[in-house]
Design a protein around this ligand. Structure first.
Ligand code: KG4
Ligand code: ZN
Length: 334
């Protein structure tokens, strides 16, 4: 069986990334250039700045990924690139780079869904077995995805408003923490106590959907009312109360999905998978129910191109190819 070597390219948001993955599971190189410092003073990602960074970085990052892998373009079996969803101007930079390389050098091209990438970050850690459920939690997504086999994705639940990472970032901003606020809330929550009673949006009976905007507003209102009454709330307690409510809903719905779908395998994907409160609650719940839980290390939870190459390898093996019509698709469905 011939070994496969795939170059992954990712530019959907604010990281410019390229990676080389062997046989779909072995990371040979994984280069990520983050722009967080450039976006920090704006309190969030500024699309035009993101695009400009990608243009500046893209060729160097691809070169670095190949160099670290000690590989040449002629060694590659395919190029996998994130085609969506994401910021359109950002996606176009990666897509265009991938197309230019693929068509000038006659290398097969595969467009990859960003969330498929986040899910396949787990495949780089442990070989996936099916059926399984993945909880996808990031700054742009909150989804429960059911998979019966490689490359087949069924979204059984998703957020109806804010993504959970977005809610973390907005709450953090409200209490004066820098962007991205998720990690700061996580750190403060560990030192605080759940002193504020906040709402949990369970939605209709049986729904796997999420809603976090009500929780976010409740935090903001609570702070406002406290201020008017001259009451000083501790940042740590606000963080702990918010995190308890968010984690409660995420874990309860995820474990119900695992049970009702009859799977014994749970994956977590996306930047919020770094959250200590969420990790602990899911670890405890899975231990209790005998479910095998995989959570990638932090470097593979956040945006990277190794995960895109891993998802691309599966699509490539399954015969999927993209042609010269490949384009950036900001609202691409999984
Ligand atoms: O997956 P990701 O790197 O980018 C997107 O595709 O969105 O996720 C970034 C999100 C941000 O909202 C950030 O605040 C959140 O993940 N995040 C966390 C933690 N680390 C990162 N949220 C809560 N707790 C953390 N420890
Ligand atoms: Zn992402």
């Amino acid at each position: 069986n011939k070994q496969s070597l795939i170059l992954g390219i990712e530019t959907s948001c604010d990281e410019t990334a390229a990676a080389v993955v062997r046989d779909g599971r072995q990371i040979v190189s994984n280069v990520v250039s983050s722009q967080i410092e450039s976006h920090k003073r704006f309190g969030g990602v500024v699309p035009e700045i993101a695009s400009r960074h990608h243009v500046e970085q893209m060729t160097y990052i691809i070169e670095a990924a190949l160099q670290e892998a000690d590989a040449e373009f002629s060694d590659l079996d395919a190029i996998a690139v994130t085609e969506g969803p994401g910021l359109v101007g950002a996606l176009l930079i990666g897509v265009n780079a991938a197309k230019a390389l693929a068509f000038t050098r006659n290398i097969p091209l595969v467009g990859v869904h960003h969330i498929a990438g986040h899910i396949y970050a787990n495949h780089l850690i442990e070989e996936l077995t099916f059926p399984l459920v993945t909880l996808v939690v990031s700054g742009g997504h909150t989804e429960l995805v059911y998979m019966q086999e490689h490359g087949s994705y069924e979204i059984i639940g998703e957020t109806r408003d804010d993504a959970v990472g977005e809610a973390y970032d907005k709450v953090a901003r409200t209490i004066g923490l820098p962007y991205p606020g998720g990690p700061h809330i996580d750190r403060l929550a560990a030192e605080g106590e759940e002193t504020i009673d906040l709402p949990r949006a369970w939605l209709e009976d049986g729904s796997y959907d999420f809603s976090f905007s009500g929780l976010k507003s409740a935090v903001i209102n609570t702070l406002h009312n406290a201020k008017q009454k001259g009451i000083e709330l501790r940042q740590e307690d606000i963080a702990a109360s918010f995190q308890a409510a968010a984690v409660d809903v995420l874990v309860t719905k995820t474990m119900r999905a695992v049970e009702e779908k009859g799977v014994d395998r749970l994956l977590v994907a996306g930047g919020v998978a770094a959250n200590k409160g969420l990790r602990k609650a899911l670890t405890d719940a899975c231990l209790d129910k005998g479910i095998t839980l995989t959570i990638p290390p932090l470097s593979l939870c956040t945006d990277n191109a190794a995960m895109i190459a891993a998802a691309g390898a599966i699509a490539f093996e399954q015969g999927r190819r993209s042609d010269d019509r490949l384009n950036g698709e900001p609202g691409l469905d999984l």
